[in-house]
Design a protein around this ligand. Sequence first.
Ligand code: CU
Length: 181
Amino acid sequence: MPRRSVLVGSIAAVVVVVAAVGAFFLLAPQGPREVKLEMWEFGFNGPSGGPEIRARVGETVRFVLTNRGGTDHEFMIVKDLDGFREALRKTVNELREKGLDQEAIMESEEVEMLHHKYSAIELMVDGKMEHELELEPGESVTVTVTFDRPGTYYYVCAELTLTFPESHLDREMFGKIIVEG
Ligand SMILES: [Cu+2]
């Protein structure tokens, strides 16, 4: 075979391979975007706060949560961050005034109800819808969240362990989620 034909043949082969790889990535089903969040005292991926997450309306994001800290941490998504924080403070104080101890307050119906009231987006875990999740130290959970409406949301931890009567939210354990239409 003349040298030129070999060269043309090689180029053609490279073009075919590049086109095939390109088509594979274009046509392969794109899974939900994955966001890894490590929980620490008292932040996500660090000692305070958490990374800002941007999503599009209709997008599904898979959160891989791992509790790397030494105490329990929570995960839920709220819209009214200040309202939730204030309501939690008020409820905890009212229950303390009634004489309830930390354990009783953490397991109280009142605190549970607040989580339900302020949860803005449901979390899908193993095929089940949840308002909030609680992870023990070392635990890891994958959560799927679909953002149906535009707006600003916050993923938060409102645990009371170690910080009682304050919550982890009072130590800035939250991050912003911006959902664009
Ligand atoms: Cu926490």
